[in-house]
Write a new protein. Structure first.
Length: 102
C-alpha cells in the first residue's frame, strides 16, 4: 500500500508525528490516498481535505503501519490497537478525528 507524504519509515511515521505509537495512515476521502497525517496532506495535495461522512464509517480508510492491515473507520475508532497484529495506536490521534471524520 502506497503512503504519500513526508514518511520517515516503513510503519507510516512522518516528519510531523513519529512516536513509537504513530503507526497509522489515513485514506483521505478527497483523493483516495493514504497519508500519515493531515499536515502531510496539506503539504502535498492541491486541494482541501474532505472529511468522511458518518454513513461512510464502514469504509476501509485506516492503515496499520505495523502489519499493513486496513481497518474501517468504525474499527479504528473503537480500538486502541490493531486487531490483526496488536500494535498499539497513539490514543492522542482522537483529537484529530474532526479533521478526518464528520
Amino acid at each position: 500500500m502506497k503512503v504519500y507524504g513526508a514518511v520517515v519509515d516503513n510503519e507510516t511515521r512522518c516528519t510531523h508525528y513519529h512516536t513509537e505509537k504513530d503507526i497509522i495512515a489515513i485514506k483521505f476521502k478527497c483523493c483516495n490516498r493514504y497519508y500519515p497525517c493531515y499536515k502531510c496532506h496539506e503539504e502535498e495535495a492541491d486541494h482541501t481535505i474532505e472529511r468522511w461522512q458518518q454513513k461512510q464509517f464502514d469504509a476501509l480508510a485506516v492503515l496499520c503501519g505495523s502489519c499493513q492491515t486496513e481497518l474501517t473507520i468504525n474499527e479504528y475508532m473503537q480500538t486502541d490497537n490493531c486487531p490483526n497484529c496488536k500494535a498499539v495506536f497513539n490514543e492522542r490521534c482522537a483529537a484529530h478525528y474532526p479533521i478526518y471524520f464528520e
